[in-house]
Design a protein. Structure first.
Length: 272
């Protein structure tokens, strides 16, 4: 509770942005016991990093999400099992499942339901600020977890980003480190993260600009890192543009979840 109070007190009412709210909500969820998991489900038998490298098609990480602050309710029929199977049948190399409960209506239970029906690598998509959430990721069968560089730079996380990456690796969890600027990308390249996600959405303004991926990659050497372009991907043309910009994989949520035929939409993006 002291950690929550400390983080909430650090919020400046005159400069609160969306990430501040997400971080504060994360600490509240932790205090409420949301991440206290008593079960243990095995992860997949696949490695997301290698699955992307070996893919002969566009490497689509399809995301199960039912709501977002920018879109509101995205998908009303909350059948995660059928959605997961459709994404797998469509050719996704991995799935991302929202588990953040307060803003994105994510669910740890939904994640576990998906884990039971697909053997694809699963990304636990959440606002991770403490190691306790990584412990939960291990228990629900996650293969990969998301860390957001901006939250570390803002001082909203209990540990440093490298400490969190090291802890995740000790639990056999891969790390997708999300960035939005050239400065953050420079830090990510030097980190031990397994994959780097370039978010085309500015989480402070919610504006989406697909050129974000190109702008960052054209001025920086990505080395041997896998680059995942995230947000704003709606069409096969978008995937082609991002691939030419240097992205290795594409995390797609809203356009897939809004599709009347999820499997066909994923296949369209993967095979273009």
């Amino acid at each position: 509770m002291k950690e929550i109070n400390r983080n909430l007190k650090n919020l400046n009412p005159n400069s609160v942005n969306f990430l501040d709210i997400l971080a504060a909500n994360a600490y509240i969820s932790i205090a409420e016991g949301y991440y206290d998991i008593n079960t243990k489900i095995e992860a997949s038998t696949h490695d997301l990093n290698q699955s992307i490298r070996r893919s002969s098609k566009n490497a689509i990480i399809s995301e199960i999400k039912f709501a977002s602050p920018s879109q509101g309710i995205i998908h009303t029929e909350e059948n995660v099992v059928s959605a997961a199977k459709a994404m797998s049948n469509g050719g996704a190399v991995g799935l991302s499942v929202l588990t953040e409960p307060k803003t994105f209506l994510g669910s740890l239970d939904n994640f576990m339901k998906v884990r039971e029906v697909v053997d694809l690598p699963l990304l636990m998509k959440d606002i991770i600020v403490t190691k306790k959430q990584l412990d939960a990721a291990l228990k629900i069968g996650a293969d990969v977890i998301l860390l957001i560089q901006t939250l570390f730079d803002m001082g909203r996380c209990k540990n440093t980003v490298e400490q969190m990456i090291e802890y995740a690796h000790s639990k056999d969890l891969q790390v997708l480190l999300e960035i939005h600027s050239k400065e953050e990308f420079e830090k990510a390249i030097q980190s031990n993260a397994d994959l780097i996600g370039i978010n085309n959405r500015n989480l402070e303004t919610f504006e989406v600009d697909l050129s974000t991926t190109k702008t960052i990659l054209e001025s920086k050497d990505k080395g041997n890192k896998i680059i995942v372009s995230e947000s704003g991907i709606n069409t096969a043309k978008d995937v082609c543009i991002l691939k030419k910009s240097g992205a290795d994989a594409f995390l797609v949520g809203t356009s897939v979840m809004k599709s009347k035929d999820i499997a066909s939409k994923v296949k369209e993006l993967a095979e273009t």
